[in-house]
Write a protein that binds this ligand. Structure first.
Ligand SMILES: NC(=[NH2+])NCCC[C@H](N)C(=O)O
Length: 267
């Protein structure tokens, strides 16, 4: 049975109101089956960069320890900012040798500390999954580039464009075909797949509670159909739903329909 691990980490986010991610995590947690849900006690203080190019590094390392102590097979991680996936993969039972990673996000998250405009680790998270960037946080070994499929990226910083070489990239339009994602993941040769979803991959008309909305995103129905088709062909090792930052409890309620559709697709 799937377990939900709620990780209310905000310290990886570049957003001025990053702590809304903590509210987003609890709003989703409130709608999950209690017996299957663990909420991690992530300290709320900012932490220090400790001389690195990653803001709040000490807090991110603390979350990593907490996730490491709680990961089990078949875990769905609920963020928090989207760097929580790096912690989850570092602790994945069975390791990552046979794994493909699907990264659904409006942003590339392909910075290193040297190129990041913000020092926010969420903007470096996919790069860290590849094993590149700040050594205290990168996945070791990283996931090979030919095992990574990106979905719906449309808001890239200049330094990120060439860094994407070698990753399979699916656009919002590519998902008009519900089998496109399954085909791309199967082509990687991986035997299991982790699906990471930053909810800003959805169209802003479908979800208001994101800190950097990007127009022309996915419909929740298209993304969940693609994930269901994927799961019928490649088993899921786990998943992340991150980046939900509702401005008020009433806004959170408006968005829960879209979110629960995604939860249903990965759980
Ligand atoms: N997944 C996200 N919301 N990422 C935001 C990244 C924004 C910007 N590229 C940065 O590094 O600061």
């Amino acid at each position: 049975m799937v377990r939900f691990l709620v990780v209310p980490q905000w310290q990886g986010s570049p957003a001025p109101r990053a702590m809304l991610l903590v509210d987003g995590a609890s709003a989703i947690a409130g709608d999950l089956p209690r017996a299957a849900t663990t909420v991690l006690d992530v300290p709320v203080e900012a932490g220090e960069s400790l001389g690195t190019g990653v803001r709040r590094l000490s807090a991110l390392l603390r979350t990593r320890e907490l996730v490491d102590a709680s990961m089990t097979a078949d875990t769905v991680i609920i963020g928090g900012d989207c760097s929580v996936t790096v912690a989850a993969l570092a602790a994945l039972p069975g390791g990552t040798d046979d794994l493909a990673v699907v990264w659904c996000d409006a942003h590339a998250d392909m910075h290193t500390p040297d190129t990041s405009p913000s020092g926010a680790f969420s903007g470096m998270a996919l790069r860290a999954v590849l094993g590149e960037g700040e050594p205290q946080l990168t996945l070791t070994p990283g996931i090979a580039r030919d095992r990574v499929v990106t979905v719906g990226m449309r808001n890239l910083d200049d330094a990120e464009v060439t860094a994407l070489d070698g990753l399979t990239q699916l656009s919002v339009e590519d998902l008009d075909s519900p089998d496109a994602l399954a085909d791309a993941v199967e082509a990687t040769g991986a035997r299991r797949v982790w699906v990471h979803i930053d909810v800003d991959v959805l169209d802003p008309a479908e979800i208001a509670g994101v800190s950097s909305p990007a127009p022309f995103g996915l419909a929740p129905a298209a993304l969940s159909a693609a994930i269901r088709a994927l799961r019928s062909r490649v088993p899921l090792a786990g998943a992340t739903i991150a980046g939900f930052a509702p401005r008020s409890p009433a806004d959170a309620v408006d968005d829960l329909g879209a979110l629960l559709r995604l939860v249903g697709a990965v759980a």
